[in-house]
Design a binder for this molecule. Structure first.
Ligand SMILES: [Zn+2]
Length: 413
């Protein structure tokens, strides 16, 4: 389920040792709700106990990531018949891949590259007025007034490595899918506020690193301070280690996750003029994904191990599978699952499962393939369908029959 009318999909990420919270968090559209639980505490303890030791491993892994994964790909799959209809009209402007960025990048260069290479027309440090405008849009109340007791704009700086990481993340996504979803604005905000329809008020939210919706990518300081972990591999006899990432990896993962939301948005947004336009290009995208990943239907979807044939049968028939196959935020990394999630966050809701899978497909495809072969195959097949809908940066990926091709001309730095 994806509420495209909601301007923002919340992302909740935790920073080890700080910004850790226990209250319920609700996304602006009421799409899902979850409570941070014991698994978070374990993760935080993990950081406290093992962070120094793990840093060594990260450095090794970071080097290995530059090695192509091509040899590990399975035999080509039969392409699914396309149900996409006509691709959406592409902007007449042509875009090209920028160079890989290293070290610090000036804000001037960042703004220019985002505009010239990715078509982002506005990069800005969000003001109170900008925030107010978003809240008015989200609430549907053009007269809504937003005057917090304190407000400061966030300017990431005239020079920052963060700019380089964001550019490289866009590159990585474009290399994989041939383009990027139409990101029109990038805004830097110190804090996230959302409008709660249930309480008819503005809610200040903590723990958000980035958010995407309606062509707007919003970035918060937490993105630069958090650690977006991934398992070191498949959980074989015990839960796989969660490896402490470099900051560049965290930023790349978060940004490619947000662009994953953008893939959903462009797949489900009706073509033509706004809400009264034609059919969505891929209207069944998320329904198909739910079945592939093992989610039940309905407003409170639950995840089951789709690698189990009895679960496949139940999901296909619209029945709830046996409870012993249910995957949740506590047991997600257990080795007994056949289709293993790559993050705890992936298990919170299908609308976050998909971007997490996209993130992993872009940044560490072999990890996704080894843990979640069903998700991997789904994305590989749909890349051919979704690629033409994107803002083209490089030629669209070839049809699945032409694989193996996961191009790795970039380095995750
Ligand atoms: Zn998300």
């Amino acid at each position: 389920m994806y509420h495209q009318k909601q301007p923002l999909i919340q992302d909740i990420r935790r920073s080890p040792g700080q910004n850790w919270f226990s209250q319920n968090l609700t996304d602006p559209g009421g799409i899902f709700k979850f409570t941070a639980d014991a698994a978070d505490k374990q993760l935080i303890n993990f950081y406290r106990n093992e962070s120094i030791q793990m840093m060594t491993h990260v450095a090794v892994e970071d080097t290995l990531q530059m090695t192509p994964d091509i040899q590990k790909l399975p035999a080509p799959l039969t392409p699914e018949p396309s149900s996409a209809g006509s691709p959406q009209a592409q902007p007449t402007q042509t875009f090209t891949m920028p160079d890989v960025q290293t070290g610090s990048v000036s804000r001037t260069t960042f703004d220019r590259i985002m505009l010239q290479h990715f078509g982002v027309s506005r990069v800005f440090n969000g003001t109170r007025s900008d925030q107010e405008s978003y809240l008015r849009s989200a609430s549907g109340n053009p007269g809504l007034s937003f005057n917090p007791t304190s407000w400061t704009d966030w300017n990431p700086g005239s020079d920052s490595e963060i700019y380089a990481h964001i550019i490289n993340a866009f590159r990585s996504f474009a290399v994989t899918f041939g383009g990027i979803p139409p990101v029109n604005e990038i805004g830097f905000f110190n804090e996230k506020y959302s409008y709660s329809h249930s309480s008819s008020g503005v809610v200040r939210e903590r723990g958000t690193a980035a958010a995407f919706g309606g062509g707007k990518l919003l970035i918060y300081p937490l993105m630069t301070m958090s650690a977006k972990t991934l398992p070191s591999g498949r959980s074989e006899n015990s839960p796989a280690h969660l490896t402490l990432p470099l900051r560049s990896q965290t930023v790349t993962r978060i940004i490619t996750h947000e662009l994953g939301h953008g893939l959903v948005e462009i797949g489900l947004t009706p073509t033509g003029t706004t809400s009264s336009g034609g059919a969505a290009p891929v209207p069944q995208l998320m329904n198909d994904y739910r079945r592939t990943a093992g989610w039940t239907t309905g407003s409170n979807p639950q995840l089951y191990d789709i690698g189990v044939s009895a679960v496949q049968t139940a999901i296909a028939a619209g029945r709830v599978p046996d409870a012993r196959y249910q995957i949740n935020q506590t047991n997600w990394n257990q080795p007994n699952w056949i289709e293993q999630p790559v993050t705890e966050y992936m298990t919170t809701h299908p609308s976050e499962d998909f971007p997490e899978a996209i993130m992993t497909y872009v940044t560490q495809p072999s990890l996704l393939q080894s843990r979640s072969p069903g998700r991997f195959r789904f994305i590989r097949q749909r890349a051919h369908q979704l690629g033409p809908l994107l803002r083209q940066i490089v030629p669209a990926p070839p049809a699945p029959g032409d694989y193996p091709v996961i191009t790795r001309d970039y380095a995750i730095v």
